[in-house]
Design a protein around this ligand. Structure first.
Ligand code: UN1
Length: 513
């Protein structure tokens, strides 16, 4: 049973009509200019958040630097304890936060809750990690010497996140960064500033309850110019950025120019391969959820379906049938499968892509279109489109953040399907549907999928937090969340310690004085 309406959810999370957009954990700092957060669900203005000024940015970084000196000295398990309490808070407020995510971003309430669940899970992961920031011990070539590795925090982690996973991606970064001993400065997407405010309010409470200083968790708001202050800032050794390839290239080059570190999680162009040995029932669920879920605004959404010619007509028929049953509408209504796109610009990009695909010779199997009338007043609701296309089309080579699924045929062996799948610049997620062991293992081999994520009998989206998340090629190469992704948030130090009474040199070099 749901306990919170949208008004109660906003109130519980401390969202008022007009909010300062800069916080180091205490009061929100106001400025004269605002970002208006308009819900794509109903086109209503939810609230406005002020844009961080340069002066406020400087104050924020100064506070973060001060906080780092404290936080890095706190034993890692004690930092983990703070993260644990944050996870408890998220469990308590899962419903209102999930609802706000759904209302501000437009994904279904179920998926809003799912996103908060990812936050809870990564907190748990980080709590365990706080006792497992292990380095290696290494045998020295010299007598009476010890060698070891230590992992130390980097300092300020700058986080630039996207609208589509407005809270989970922040938490993947912060939970690990905090356990590692870093402090964080977050610039949420200017399309979803309120979820940022809500998260900051929650963590600020936890930090206060633990008598922690301000600066451990900071939020700044604004467009790319505010982000640029951070990417150019030598005091921010690590930038973790999620978003478009275009943005990632700029961020990556700016940070590299000052020899800083970056974690880039950029666009995907994810394909599902369906071989003659696939279970078509499973394929259908995976393909449809992957291509319409979250209105295809995940970077892991399925964009291309590569189907063997023997089963092509059968599967495409089934997908057409499934598409015709999809309910599009208010994402807070749990009867609907698909909510709106984020804004009118996204709708335009969707329309343009369909036009482009047609121009290049694509055959429209299910006509998309923008919905209008009652319940669709925001103008952001679109119908999922299904287009038979060629992998070489310019538009197919690009990621359009909207529900357009390109289907294409392959013939012969699985290697032909893999060549199509790998034949794009992006390399985030991939999937093969098959019960044929040889095909499955071929797909996972070095000559198989070239993506950061390669799944067998699972769709392209919906990764668990326990694995490292990210992709190759123009997807940026960064890894976040599980496995040993934490290492990117730390610096490795090699220590050689001599407990003998002479000073032998490495490589047997003699140097007598
Ligand atoms: C994203 O779209 O940026 O694997 C993240 C998934 C989600 C995360 C997607 N767990 O689809």
């Amino acid at each position: 049973k749901q306990q919170y309406g949208i008004t109660e959810a906003l109130k519980t999370l401390g969202i008022t009509e007009s909010i300062g957009g800069t916080s180091t954990g205490g009061d929100w700092m106001l400025s004269d200019n605002f970002i208006e957060s308009v819900s794509p669900v109903d086109g209503e203005l939810i609230a406005k958040v002020s844009i961080t000024t340069k002066e406020q940015y400087e104050q924020t970084i100064a506070k973060a630097e001060e906080a780092f000196a404290f936080w890095r000295d706190l034993p890692a398990p004690k930092r983990g304890e703070v993260v644990r309490q944050f996870g408890v808070r998220l469990r308590e407020l899962k419903e209102p936060l999930g609802k706000l995510v759904s209302y501000e971003m437009g994904k279904s309430f179920q998926e809003g809750l799912g996103e908060v669940q990812e936050m809870i899970d990564i907190c748990d992961f980080a709590v365990g990690l706080s006792r497992q920031l292990h380095g290696l011990t290494i045998k020295s070539e010299r007598p009476d010497h010890h060698m070891q590795e230590q992992w130390h925090p980097l300092g300020i982690t700058g986080i630039i996140s996207a609208f589509n996973f407005p809270v989970a991606v922040w938490s993947w970064n912060t939970a690990l960064a905090w356990a590692a001993g870093n402090v964080c400065v977050w610039k949420p997407s200017e399309k979803t500033p309120l979820t940022g405010v809500a998260c900051q309010n929650l963590i600020a409470e936890v930090l206060k309850e633990n008598d922690m200083p301000e600066g451990i968790s900071c939020v700044i708001n604004g467009d790319y110019t505010v982000g640029e202050w951070m990417t150019n800032d030598q005091r921010v050794p690590l930038i973790s950025a999620t978003g478009s390839i275009r943005m990632g290239k700029i961020v990556g080059q700016t940070v590299a120019a000052r020899l800083g570190k970056s974690i880039l999680e950029l666009g995907g162009n994810n394909a599902m391969i369906v071989t003659p040995d696939a279970d078509l029932k499973m394929t259908l669920i995976g393909a449809v959820f992957g291509s319409v879920g979250t209105a295809a605004q995940r970077c892991t959404s399925t964009r291309r379906l590569i189907v063997h010619e023997d089963i092509y007509d059968d599967l495409v028929g089934k997908i057409k049938n499934a598409y015709s049953q999809i309910k599009i509408g208010n994402p807070l209504d749990e009867n609907n499968h698909v909510g709106p796109l984020i804004d009118s610009k996204a709708v335009e990009a969707y329309q343009n892509a369909i036009e482009e695909a047609k121009k290049e010779g694509g055959k429209v199997l299910i006509e998309g279109g923008v919905l209008s009338g009652e319940g669709y007043e925001s103008g952001c609701y679109v119908k999922p489109a299904l287009i038979e296309a060629d992998n070489s089309f310019k538009i197919v080579q690009e990621e359009t953040f909207a529900p357009i699924l390109y289907v294409m045929k392959y013939s012969g062996g699985v290697e032909n399907a893999i060549a199509l799948q790998n034949g794009v610049k992006q390399g985030l997620s991939s999937a093969i549907m098959t019960n044929n062991m040889r095909e499955a293992h071929y797909f996972l081999s070095a000559k198989g999928s070239d993506c950061g994520i390669a799944n067998v009998n699972i769709g392209t989206s919906g990764a668990e937090i326990g694995g490292a998340f990210g992709g190759e090629k123009e997807t940026g190469g960064g890894r976040e969340s599980g496995s040993d992704a934490w290492k990117a948030y730390m610096r490795r130090q090699t220590n050689t310690l001599n407990y003998g009474t002479s000073l032998p040199l490495a490589q047997g070099i003699k140097f007598d004085i």
